[in-house]
Design a protein around this ligand. Structure first.
Ligand code: GDP
Length: 530
């Protein structure tokens, strides 16, 4: 991949250190592991070796090579644990991670976010090394972790697979060296990490902030070439000249080669995490490139919807013989329904030219993280009795991520199948027309429950169909707005920003903060080929 990126001659490319992200379920020890590795292995700097948190750090490992010689091999760690940051960066087009360490606590075993993390790593084609942590605990069961993960295509070497599992204790500093060795062995076996250090640097900003005394300070990861003090750079839509660079000890460095994280001083604006940087010929050119990037960014936000892949596109592409993989993310209201949906989808008979890949699944409302994964992997999200609401819905819209909502499994199957076979689209779709949040519930002997609500978007109309969601999970659909009141008057509609009383007939399982969304069934336009 590095070679492809650079169009380089083979002999100019030299090995570069792997870049590692630590992922796993909450409380399984990701932060502790990063701390232990940093404290034990970051080589003491001239300034007394006090390490600083700069968003990434490099450690140097004694590695015995095939000839039995000891080599000093660096590994770069991204110091923000979790797959959320990893996928948010990918959604912005920034692939920084070569290898993921999946931390699983040996007492807890595999948990929901363990699976989520491994789905995210696998969707990005990033090889995984499993750190079975907390083996110091009495109830640790590291073998169980190995067994559990075989179900997810992570088969330990000792079970005949090709994933390295290492038992560690981040707290007691046990077998951390073995884990680092496993990272190097996995990198050597699975990846060709070589790049040409003798050229202008390119890379990614990992984190940045505005420092009162020093101005914008960005931690960047050099991905190719070498960055020097004095280089004119463009970072995101900002620019500047590298005034100074600091390593993880706060020690000034003159240059930073491939996979090296450094803090850069001298930018004129603060870049965002995931922004790319590159070296320009001089400051003038840097400013020009930055201006172009800024203009492009503005144009993109004006055209608003950068439409990504949709089921209709798939239909069209299939007809053109183009799409090979349809990536789906499944979210549902219960584990059973997600499993049933996944099983049914995987049972669809499809052509040899296409494959259906379910890259993530989970229970609950559609989150920012799900949307980022869809952006990063060009996937479609299927919501089964769950929704994306508020900011998340806006974000999906802005990023052009298609979310398909279903409440019956066969409907979902039918549509995906139709798309995969290049057939017709469904005739009707639900279109949301307004939503209101319940602020108070009144009980009336005559009308049943009345939801005292404030309209959050669109318009609520008497007679419209309604759906209730609680924290993004659909409680019920197909209700009707039987009565609508504004102050003391019966009204036919109430607009955004106004309060009203909504009567949903005999339905009375209402709670405060529930969202009442009204919708219509609209006929879908049936345009076919273009
Ligand atoms: P994170 O949420 O995955 O980042 O987890 P943390 O690193 O914050 O760790 C969660 C808790 O587990 C903390 O109280 C840690 O001290 C503890 N912990 C982490 N690693 C170990 C370990 O190897 N052994 C034991 N006994 N506790 C650990």
């Amino acid at each position: 991949l590095d070679a492809e990126l650079e169009g380089e001659d083979d002999e100019d490319r030299l090995p570069r250190p792997p870049v590692v992200t630590v992922m796993g379920h909450v409380d399984h020890g990701k932060t502790r592991l990063l701390d232990t590795i940093r404290d034990a292995h970051v080589q003491a700097g001239e300034a007394g070796g006090i390490t600083q948190h700069i968003g990434a750090y490099q450690v140097v490992v004694d590695h015995t090579n095939d000839e039995g010689e000891i080599e000093q091999r660096p590994i770069t760690f991204i110091d923000t644990p979790g797959h959320e940051a990893f996928t948010a960066m990918r959604a912005r087009g920034a692939d920084v991670t070569d290898i993921a360490i999946l931390v699983v606590a040996a007492d807890d075993g595999v948990m929901p976010q363990t699976i989520e993390a491994l789905n995210h790593a696998q969707a990005a084609n990033v090889p995984i090394v499993v750190a079975v942590n907390k083996i110091d605990k009495e109830d640790a069961n590291p073998e169980k972790v190995r067994q559990q993960l075989t179900e997810y295509n992570l088969v330990a070497e000792e079970y005949g697979g090709d994933t390295m599992f290492v038992n560690v204790s981040a707290r007691e500093n046990l077998h951390i060296d073995d884990l680092l060795e496993a990272v190097l062995l996995t990198a050597d076996a699975a990846l060709d990490l070589r790049t040409n250090p003798d050229k202008d640097a390119r890379g990614i900003a990992i984190e940045a902030n505005l420092d009162r005394g020093r101005g914008p300070v960005a931690t960047v990861l050099v991905q190719q070439g070498t960055l020097h003090v004095g280089d004119a750079i463009v970072c995101g839509s900002g620019h500047g000249r590298v005034r100074a660079m600091l390593d993880e000890h706060g020690v000034a460095v003159e240059e930073a080669g491939p996979s090296r994280p450094v803090q850069v001083l001298g930018l004129t604006t603060v870049p965002g995490a995931g922004d790319s940087f590159l070296v320009a010929a001089d400051e003038r050119q840097a400013r020009q490139i930055a201006q172009k990037r800024e203009a492009a960014k503005r144009a993109a936000s004006l055209s608003r919807v950068r439409k990504r892949i949709s089921l209709e596109d798939i239909t069209q592409h299939m007809a053109d013989g183009k799409v090979e993989t349809l990536n789906l993310i499944l979210k549902g209201d219960a584990a059973g329904s997600v499993e049933a949906l996944e099983e049914a989808l995987l049972g669809i008979e499809i052509d040899d030219q296409v494959q259906l890949r379910i890259i993530d699944r989970g229970v609950g409302a559609i989150t920012m993280n799900n949307i980022n994964l869809a952006v990063a992997s060009n996937a479609i999200i299927i919501g089964f009795n769950v929704r994306a609401e508020g900011l998340n819905a806006d974000y999906a819209d802005k990023e052009g991520v298609e979310i398909k909502y279903y409440s019956v499994i066969y409907r979902a199957i039918e549509e995906v199948e139709a798309a995969l076979q290049g057939m017709l689209k469904p005739e009707y779709e639900e279109v949301d027309t307004g939503s209101a949040e319940i602020r108070e519930i009144f009980r009336s002997s005559k009308f049943g429950n009345i939801a005292g609500s404030i309209v959050r978007s669109g318009t609520i109309r008497r007679g419209a169909k309604a759906r209730i969601t609680r924290g993004g999970v659909v409680i019920t659909e197909g209700l009707e707005v039987a009565g609508l009141r504004r102050i003391k008057d019966d009204v036919t509609e109430v607009r955004e920003g106004f309060e009203c009383g909504i009567n949903l007939g005999s339905f009375n399982d209402l709670q405060l903060d529930d969202l009442i969304t009204t919708y219509e069934m609209r006929e879908k336009p049936r345009e076919t080929s273009k």
